[in-house]
Ligand binder design. Structure first.
Ligand code: ADP
Length: 631
């Protein structure tokens, strides 16, 4: 039986990308195939522990066979193999749902222009074979089927699946190398030394022997004979089982790239080797770019879990707190039982201790990065910082003390990120609060009327551009005893006594006017007051204690929001020309004041970036006033 099937569209696109790629790092195809073979053996081993129908084995191996005449390289394993449906689902379709979404999100144009780093977002796996091969043949047999299958693809629209006789469970992937062209000589991959060096470079840690027939000379001088013998190319010691002092950062980075399919080295790599009450090794990495689906529901956090070098679980989420969900890596502990089930894992106190230990180590390493290489830390924070802000907020601030010195902010005065500590140290003598403003950009915040006083006193203001920011500092409450204050909150209290007195007097004198405006706007605002903060602007809207206007916006945008409202206070600048005009109107004809008050309030809303309740009415009133002014 033989059938011809079409690749799924996304797979076809990835294939095109691979076949036409001008990427110089083609050699990684080998590590990808070896890594698949190793995963397949892991799977077999794991299944055979609990499935009596699977023969227990101890002869696991990965083989590389080269045929120089046919120009083929064959990578074979005695792992789990694939059923017919698995071939279709795993090779005919991009296996990782994430990769698929990512590809779908790219336009044809993007794909054409993309360099390989884009591919690095999700790893290329099996398809990378097409960087060096014009034809790929996979022969495979799963223990759950009675016969084997041959998958053949020439990197075109379709692939073929045939039934074959195959006795051994496992897979072999044969690559028919591309023809040599001027710039590129694919024959290099047929050379023994090349394969040896690639395995050493990328796959040394693979725990199963990678065997290849190599030519050796044996015998005495006169009777030298060349024979072919199997040689194991890899040391088989998992990187994390090696002596920590012998493992270089380069090795860690290379391991990360091969294990987690990334074309970029990680931003940070950490090798933890702890002995004592509990013994474990961990390799933890922070990718240099956020996985593109990090914030989607489908993203699964977690570290791989091993016990005594044997793979147990792919994404063990108990090992990673939410705010570190972007880390990748693995943990190997000799104290965990192999057949550990999910439920048991969850309650495993050993695992909890390891998790908390790893968390501390990561935070310490980040703290170190912050102190020693602030630029790098800023880059880290740019990519992942928002998670830390959520981390402060989560679980009623359980982690706030651990995280408060690791969050960075932009500020009005600084061009780079600053810490809360740096803000505190730069505070002016009389300054009592850490001021912040919520807004999308520095420019928009600088233009806020509430900034007037800050400029006057030369106070720096933290820029809160993430929705979570205000919620996080509400949980923090203070930093080192210094409270936070929004420049848009009531009671900014920046005036000295004399100015305060003047304002009080004014309040007395103009009470009837203010009361009148309050009366007109009683359905819109909770209070109308003279502003202590405005210098150049006529009005602004501020919020009372508790919920801020920004938080109101965020909460009301949540899927099942319950129309919450912040306390609104309209502040009027008594020194502004506009206020003088209003006074005149009030004295002349009280009734006229209705329109003025309403326009004033709507202006304040606009400045805040809040929606107007009745834009048409606002526009009509402006028209009316303009026409009147021209008369
Ligand atoms: P990844 O390995 O990153 O999931 P690949 O494209 O490399 O992506 O492989 C797709 C899937 O094909 C694998 O997840 C695995 O299920 C299957 N596969 C690939 N190679 C083998 C193999 N040698 N033996 C068994 N299954 C394999």
């Amino acid at each position: 039986m033989s059938e011809t099937k079409k690749f799924k569209t996304e797979s076809k696109r990835l294939l095109d990308l691979m076949t036409n790629s001008i990427y110089t790092n083609r050699e990684i195809f080998l590590r990808e195939l070896i890594s698949n073979a190793s995963d397949a053996i892991d799977k077999y081993h794991y299944l055979s522990l609990n499935d009596e129908n699977l023969e227990k084995r101890d002869n696991y191996e990965i083989r590389i066979d080269v045929d120089k005449d046919k120009r083929t390289i064959c990578i074979s394993d005695n792992g789990i193999g694939m059923t017919h449906d698995e071939i279709v689902n795993n090779l005919g379709t991009i296996a990782k749902s994430g990769s698929l979404e990512f590809l779908n999100s790219m336009s044809e144009e993007d794909l054409k222009n993309s360099n390989i780093d884009v591919i690095g977002q999700f790893g290329v796996g099996f398809y990378s074979s097409f960087m060096v091969a014009k034809k790929v043949v996979v022969e495979t047999r799963s223990p759950f089927e009675n016969q084997g299958y041959r998958f053949t693809s020439e990197g075109t629209e379709t692939y073929k699946i045939e039934e074959i006789q195959k006795d051994q469970i496992g897979s072999s992937v044969t690559l028919f190398l591309k023809d040599n062209v001027n710039e590129e000589d694919f024959n290099a991959y047929l050379e023994q030394y090349k394969i040896e060096s690639l395995v050493k470079k990328y796959s040394d840690y693979i725990r199963y022997p990678i065997k290849m027939k190599v030519k050796k000379e044996i015998g005495e001088k006169d009777e030298k004979k060349e024979v072919e013998e199997d040689e194991i190319l890899n040391s088989m010691i998992p990187l994390w089982k090696k002596n920590k002092s012998e493992v270089t950062t380069e090795q860690l980075n290379e391991f990360y790239q091969s294990k987690f399919n990334d074309f970029e080295p990680p931003l940070m790599s950490l090798f933890i080797n702890t002995e004592g009450i509990f013994t474990y090794q961990a390799l933890v990495f922070i990718p240099a770019h956020a996985p593109y689906d990090l914030y989607s529901d489908k993203y699964q956090k977690g570290l791989q879990l091993y016990s005594k070098g044997v793979f147990i679980k792919d994404k063990c989420d108990e090992l990673v707190p939410d705010y570190l969900r972007f880390i990748k890596g693995l943990v190997d502990s000799s104290d965990l039982s192999l057949n550990i089930s999910r439920e048991i894992l969850q309650q495993n106190s050993q695992l909890k201790k390891i998790a908390s230990n790893i968390e501390k180590k990561i935070l310490a390493e980040l703290e170190k990065m912050k102190n020693e290489d602030f630029e790098k830390y800023s880059k880290f924070f740019e990519i992942y910082g928002i998670n830390f802000k959520y981390g402060i907020y989560d679980n009623f601030g359980e982690k706030k003390d651990a995280l408060k010195d690791l969050v960075l902010y932009h500020s009005i005065k600084e061009d780079k990120f600053i810490t809360l500590k740096q803000y505190k140290e730069a505070m002016k003598e009389k300054q009592e609060f850490i001021y912040y403003a919520t807004g999308k950009s520095k420019t928009s915040i600088k233009a806020m009327p509430q900034m007037d006083m800050m400029k006057k006193f030369d106070y720096d203001v933290l820029i809160f551009s993430d929705d979570i920011d205000e919620f996080a500092i509400q949980i923090l409450n203070d930093y080192d005893g210094i409270k936070f204050k929004s420049i848009a909150s009531e009671n900014l209290d920046l005036l000295d006594q004399e100015e305060d007195k003047k304002l009080d007097e004014l309040k007395e004198n103009k009470k009837s006017l203010i009361d009148k405006i309050k009366e007109i706007l009683k359905d819109q605002v909770d209070d109308v007051v003279f502003s202590k903060r405005l210098v150049d602007s006529p009005v602004c809207l501020v919020s009372g204690e508790g919920l801020s206007l920004e938080m109101e916006k965020v909460l009301n945008n949540l899927p099942n929001s319950s129309d919450v409202k912040a306390k609104r206070i309209l502040e009027i600048n008594p020194n502004h020309e506009l206020f003088k005009a209003i006074e005149t109107v009030f004295e002349k004809d009280e009734k006229e004041l209705d329109d003025y008050a309403s326009v004033l309030y709507n202006q304040a809303l606009l400045i805040e970036g809040m929606p107007l309740k009745d834009p048409l009415d606002f526009s009509n009133k402006i028209c009316k006033l303009m026409i009147k002014a021209a008369k």
